[in-house]
Design a protein around this ligand. Structure first.
Ligand code: FMN
Length: 251
């Protein structure tokens, strides 16, 4: 039955079937880079780090969890750069040093493989030009990417016409590079990649509460349009999840 095959994806039966001696890790091959490389000379913007925003995120965990909800209406107010930096740190920031191709982050990941890259469609962030960026977690900075015509419409169309995806202050677009996970887990990678994505987005929900913003997880999107928007090739890297973020509307 077709459903049974799809349901098997959710099980861990594959672990008993696989011969892990064939993985790249067990063949002694080096792990893929923890951060997608970028061309020398790329324009990089340093982000304020945790020392620069001691008062951000001081909501209690209980308050953040109690207030968590999906928000699809946003005010026109811009997000401050500190606030965006906090959201990026909360979702993919590096927690401690990089050892042999591993970097611990603020979210967990199976085998510490962290297969995601974070792209941002920035619409209204103080101090940033509207445009497409990629977060560089190793240096806590933003890489400026090629400009996209009518970014709001492109973002909404990438999300199957869900207009609010182009109506916030910034939309997070996460891609996965499965090779990072496959290096250790081979064909057992795909379920854990999906599980990992949930942690990232949940941290975004909670961190948004702490900066007076809201977000909404988006898993209904046009794969080809979303990949094209961020320049992912659709094979080695492709979009897995999106989340628009905006300040909460005035009451
Ligand atoms: C994996 C996942 C995918 C989702 N995809 C969408 C989406 O494409 N569009 C949307 O409007 N909401 C989406 N949502 C938000 C859910 O509709 C929302 O979480 C649910 O209605 C419960 O509301 P709450 O988050 O306020 O508790 C998604 C949520 C999750 C966890």
């Amino acid at each position: 039955m077709k459903e049974a095959n799809y349901r098997n994806f959710l099980k861990d039966a594959i672990r008993k079937e696989l011969d892990f001696s064939g993985t790249e890790q067990n063949r002694g091959l080096p792990p893929p880079p923890v951060e997608k490389p970028f061309p020398a000379g790329g324009r990089v913007i340093a982000l304020p780090g945790p020392d620069a925003w001691p008062n951000l995120g001081s909501l209690t965990v209980r308050e953040a969890i109690e207030g968590r909800k999906s928000v699809r209406n946003y005010s026109r107010a811009p997000l401050a750069l500190d606030e965006l930096a906090f959201l990026l740190w909360a979702t993919q920031g590096i927690r401690s040093r990089v050892i042999k191709g591993h970097a611990f982050r603020t979210v967990p990941s199976a085998g510490c493989r962290h297969s995601f890259e974070t792209y941002l469609a920035v619409f209204r962030v103080a101090g940033l030009e509207k445009g497409l960026y990629r977060y560089l977690p190793l240096s806590h900075s933003l890489l400026c990417l090629e400009s996209v015509k009518d970014l709001e419409t492109a973002a909404a169309e990438a999300a199957l016409g869900q207009g609010f995806v182009g109506a916030g202050a910034v939309t997070f677009i996460w891609t996965t590079l499965p090779a990072r996970m496959e290096w250790r887990y081979g064909p057992a990678s795909y379920k854990v990649i999906a599980l990992d994505a949930g942690h990232v987005c949940q941290n975004l929900y909670l961190a948004c509460r702490a900066v007076g913003a809201g977000t909404c997880a988006i898993a209904a999107y046009d794969q080809e349009k979303a990949d094209a928007l961020v320049g992912a090739d659709g094979r080695e890297e492709f979009v897995i999840y999106l989340a628009p973020v905006g300040k909460l509307p005035e009451r």
